[in-house]
Design a protein around this ligand. Structure first.
Ligand SMILES: C[S@@+](CC[C@H](N)C(=O)[O-])C[C@H]1O[C@@H](n2cnc3c(N)ncnc32)[C@H](O)[C@@H]1O
Length: 157
């Protein structure tokens, strides 16, 4: 199984990007992982929040293939602890799917079309994180999840 994480907009903070690169590299020892960045939409000043979400949603949905399982990162999604999240990953791997796609929304979240197309929602916390920072937090949780599955000493229960 491949895990893909789709996010919108380049990371403009160098330190954040360095950490994302570091955890992406670590995660790559356990699973084929792809981070796909959709370029920021131009001239958002002329768009309403709804229009921006709609446009971002179209770009997100265009990236999917029919066999993908689509999971949204969303404050109102299902919450796990890290061990529970590792079991969630294992279940997906056991199910025989080819690609598990997680998506981080833009600054205003997701369009209705993206919600309708999704197979599930997960939340990292009830708090809201920036669409830039959550990339690092989530990639670290993926990495942590695999170290748990492999009984490696990164996670302290
Ligand atoms: C700034 S937040 C958008 C907040 C917006 N109010 C909403 O309704 O989603 C940008 C993106 O970061 C992700 N995000 C932020 N906090 C999150 C959390 N606690 N759990 C999961 N995803 C989160 C989501 O993908 C969200 O679409």
């Amino acid at each position: 199984m491949t895990i893909k994480l789709i996010a919108i907009g380049k990371t403009d903070n160098k330190q954040l990007q360095q950490l994302i690169n570091e955890y992406t590299k670590r995660l790559g020892f356990y699973i084929k992982f792809l981070l796909e960045i959709i370029p920021d939409i131009k001239n958002t000043k002329n768009l309403s929040e709804e229009q921006q979400k709609q446009k971002e949603g179209e770009l997100i949905l265009n990236k999917l293939i029919t066999t993908d399982v689509l999971i949204l990162l969303d404050e109102n999604g299902k919450q796990f602890d890290s061990v529970g999240f590792s079991s969630y990953l294992q279940k997906h791997m056991n199910s025989g799917i080819k690609q598990l796609v997680f998506v981080i929304g833009g600054p205003y979240g997701f369009s209705k079309d993206v919600y309708n197309k999704s197979n599930g929602k997960i939340s990292l916390s009830k708090m809201t994180f920036s669409h830039q920072m959550i990339r690092l937090f989530f990639i670290e949780q993926l990495y942590r999840g695999f170290t748990i599955l492999k009984n490696e000493p990164y996670h302290h229960r």
